[in-house]
Design a protein around this ligand. Structure first.
Ligand SMILES: *[C@@H]1O[C@H](CO)[C@@H](O)[C@H](O)[C@H]1NC(C)=O
Ligand SMILES: *[C@@H]1O[C@H](CO)[C@@H](O)[C@H](O)[C@H]1NC(C)=O
Ligand SMILES: *[C@@H]1O[C@H](CO)[C@@H](O)[C@H](O)[C@H]1NC(C)=O
Ligand SMILES: *[C@@H]1O[C@H](CO)[C@@H](O)[C@H](O)[C@H]1NC(C)=O
Ligand SMILES: *[C@@H]1O[C@H](CO)[C@@H](O)[C@H](O)[C@H]1NC(C)=O
Ligand SMILES: *[C@@H]1O[C@H](CO)[C@@H](O)[C@H](O)[C@H]1NC(C)=O
Ligand SMILES: *[C@@H]1O[C@H](CO)[C@@H](O)[C@H](O)[C@H]1NC(C)=O
Ligand SMILES: *[C@@H]1O[C@H](CO)[C@@H](O)[C@H](O)[C@H]1NC(C)=O
Ligand SMILES: CC(=O)N[C@H]1CO[C@H](CO)[C@@H](O)[C@@H]1O
Length: 570
């Protein structure tokens, strides 16, 4: 994924989406969680600039609690999380809890000017949310400008009944692996440049758990790399998170295989592979058995980019080491076994990898939502979001089997005065759509009735830019019904929908020059951001807001904002 520099291309990675609402009300049955007293997990996140030195350069980096990555939040399903964010940085920011459902708790979703005003410099804000009905690996990150490039960390949800209830053998250890980038730039300035169409901004390296590794050096002295110590014969659960702003990555460990068991905090049918492909915003949980000859093996992460004619941009691989305890005495790099990496242009590998992920049926709680037969009618309609759009179209309120939203050619623009959620909450009964300015950029808001089953086809069109697009929906998981290369054709492609065991994701990768069809149940009242998780595409406006209206009962409605909402950052 790369910013494009070529002045000849007028559009970048255009997307098309068709939104069809099928008016089938589905009440998801409440999950049978044992009535165990839940704990409260409390953290204080102080956001500040600290100097860090890599590759001979000392630079200020905006991080949480002086760490990169930031603190890992570890919870048991059903726990309450409280995080006090104290902003000692010079920037406005919010923290988003990526993938947490936030059921009836949209106020704590952490999207500036969508769910809250940003936390100002010297301001503070306390997030509170329950982590219920989901387990696995999620993460948190800043949701303002490009600051999430260094403000991120893991959020790990363990089963209430303990590791014995994993649908796979209990691992010896669980290890977060966060893939990131090293930027020697003021990320807020990078964001401003992208918003103004200045795309010549690149990171200087990639990282594993904040470490650059031995492909980078300062005057010949190698950068520290991440080291994973393993005991022969033991099994490790890697909780892999792509926190990078710009790239999908191939991940390999020389001499070892992965068994992918979960993605985006949803269990998947175990899938054994020697390479994991992960896009920004996605998480993959994978088992690795230490069954190779004792020694040292590189854990390598290689960025992927679309082949020419796409503009080629600097990409940086990074690597850490898996080393067997005992018997390893030779510290020479030459003895570390390196994996053979796929070619950076091998985008079809990403397509196949994602195509091989299916939901683990007996653990798929709301799978019924995807299996429910519904009459679908897709409209082919462009969602050319990052382009400078020409047309703003509007349609009627939702009706059965009718196309209700046409996001063609509208580039998202932040609300400027009032956060969208606040406007929605205090001005119910409005005309259903935020005012759309008759300009090229607008605040695109689509409304759904509570319980609507929504099908969307994301279509990347064959323009100059062939980027993939990891589309992330807040507040809901999406069932991935099908994906394809080329243009979606309802007449033939609908038959390919997996209504039996689709993977459930909060971030769905739309393949390069292809499409992905998803379904979600709009069962969480609030204003939810949907956007591409390539920061560069987001800065260009590849985003919209889905407003899910209240249901008919208090427990299907959005409560008022929590007491003291935004008092620490007026
Ligand atoms: C941090 O780095 C900047 C240069 O980027 C330097 O001017 C400043 O003195 C450093 N601060 C500290 C506390 O070392
Ligand atoms: C921070 O946000 C406030 C609105 O909440 C805005 O007035 C101010 O200009 C913003 N500051 C920066 C540096 O963006
Ligand atoms: C942003 O654009 C300006 C003007 O072209 C340039 O001077 C600057 O280096 C760019 N990048 C950053 C991070 O400020
Ligand atoms: C250590 O590595 C060096 C360089 O690869 C090699 O020459 C040497 O034989 C190795 N020593 C052992 C004990 O394996
Ligand atoms: C699964 O992966 C294999 C090997 O890469 C590939 O041939 C196959 O088409 C993939 N399946 C799907 C459904 O994408
Ligand atoms: C979106 O813009 C493109 C490029 O100008 C145009 O060809 C297309 O018809 C537009 N789509 C819609 C639905 O307005
Ligand atoms: C909401 O409350 C009603 C009773 O008022 C109950 O029957 C229903 O199961 C609840 N629904 C959910 C989703 O909790
Ligand atoms: C948060 O902000 C409020 C209001 O400005 C202030 O009273 C309080 O001391 C702040 N808390 C922290 C931890 O900074
Ligand atoms: C930042 C830095 O010192 N990089 C060096 C890494 O090593 C190569 C050659 O080994 C040098 O060319 C780089 O300047």
């Amino acid at each position: 994924m790369k910013p494009f520099r070529s002045s000849s291309s007028s559009l970048l990675s255009p997307m098309a989406a068709a939104v069809t609402v099928v008016a089938v009300s589905i009440i998801l049955s409440a999950t049978a969680v044992p009535p165990v007293a839940a704990a409260t997990v409390e953290h204080t996140f102080v956001v500040s600039q600290v100097n860090m030195t890599h590759m001979c350069n000392e630079i200020p980096v905006t991080v949480v609690n002086g760490q990169l990555p930031g603190p890992t939040i570890e919870v048991t399903e059903g726990d309450t999380v409280i995080v006090h964010v104290v902003n000692k940085s010079p920037y406005n920011l919010t923290i988003h809890w990526h993938g947490v459902y936030q059921m009836r708790n949209c106020w704590n979703d952490g999207v500036p000017m969508v769910t809250q005003r940003p936390i100002r410099p010297n301001g503070n804000f306390t997030y509170q949310f329950d982590v219920a009905g989901q387990e696995g690996t999620l993460w948190w990150h800043a949701h303002d400008a490009f600051l999430r490039g260094a403000i991120y960390g893991a959020l790990i949800i363990r089963p209430r009944n303990g590791a014995a209830s994993y649908p796979f053998p209990k691992p010896h250890k669980e290890i977060p692996i966060l893939i990131g980038e090293w930027w020697e730039k003021d990320l807020a300035a990078v964001d401003r440049n992208f918003s103004r169409g200045l795309y010549d901004e690149f990171s200087s390296g990639s990282t594993i758990n904040g470490k650059l590794g031995d492909l980078f050096n300062c005057s010949g002295v190698f950068e520290d790399g991440y080291v994973l110590d393993v005991e022969p014969g033991k099994t490790y659960l890697l909780r892999i998170i792509n926190a990078a702003l710009f790239s999908e990555y191939f991940i390999k460990i020389a001499g070892h295989k992965f068994t992918v068991v979960a993605a985006d905090a949803n269990y998947v049918t175990p899938y054994t592979t020697d390479v994991i492909v992960i896009a920004p915003g996605e998480t993959m949980d994978a088992l690795v058995v230490a069954d190779a000859a004792p020694g040292r093996y590189y854990i390598a992460a290689q960025p992927i980019q679309a082949p020419p004619p796409d503009t080629q941009t600097p990409e940086f691989a990074t690597r850490g080491t898996l080393q067997y305890t005992g018997g390893v005495t030779n510290s020479s790099r030459a003895d570390v076994v390196a994996p053979e990496m796929p070619h950076e242009h091998d985008t079809i590998k990403s397509f196949y990898f994602h195509g091989n992920l299916t939901g683990l049926r007996h653990r798929q709680r709301a799978g019924a939502g995807a299996r429910r037969r519904a009459s679908l009618r897709h409209a082919r309609a462009g969602l050319h979001m990052p382009a400078r759009p020409q047309v703003v179209q509007e349609r009627d309120e939702p009706k059965s089997n009718q196309v209700i939203a046409n996001m063609n050619n509208v580039s998202f623009h932040d609300a400027t005065a009032t956060p969208i959620l606040e406007a929605h909450y205090y001005r119910r009964g409005g005309n259903g759509v935020m005012r759309l300015e008759p300009t090229s950029r607008a605040t695109v808001v689509r409304r759904f009735r509570h319980g609507d089953v929504v099908d969307i086809v994301f279509q990347s069109t064959a323009m100059l830019q062939g980027d993939s697009n990891p589309m992330h929906l807040h507040g809901h998981d999406m069932f991935v019904l099908a994906q394809g290369i080329g243009n979606y054709d309802a007449a033939t492609d609908e038959a390919k929908f997996n209504l039996v065991n689709p993977a459930r994701k909060n971030t769905v990768l739309v393949p390069n020059l292809g499409w992905a069809a998803i379904r979600f149940v709009a069962d969480n009242p609030g204003a939810w951001f949907i956007h591409c998780h390539f920061e560069f595409h987001l800065a260009m406006g590849m985003a919209a807001v889905f407003v899910v209206e209240d249901g008919s009962t208090p427990n299907t409605s959005l409560p008022p904002p929590p007491p003291g909402f935004m008092e620490g950052s007026p």
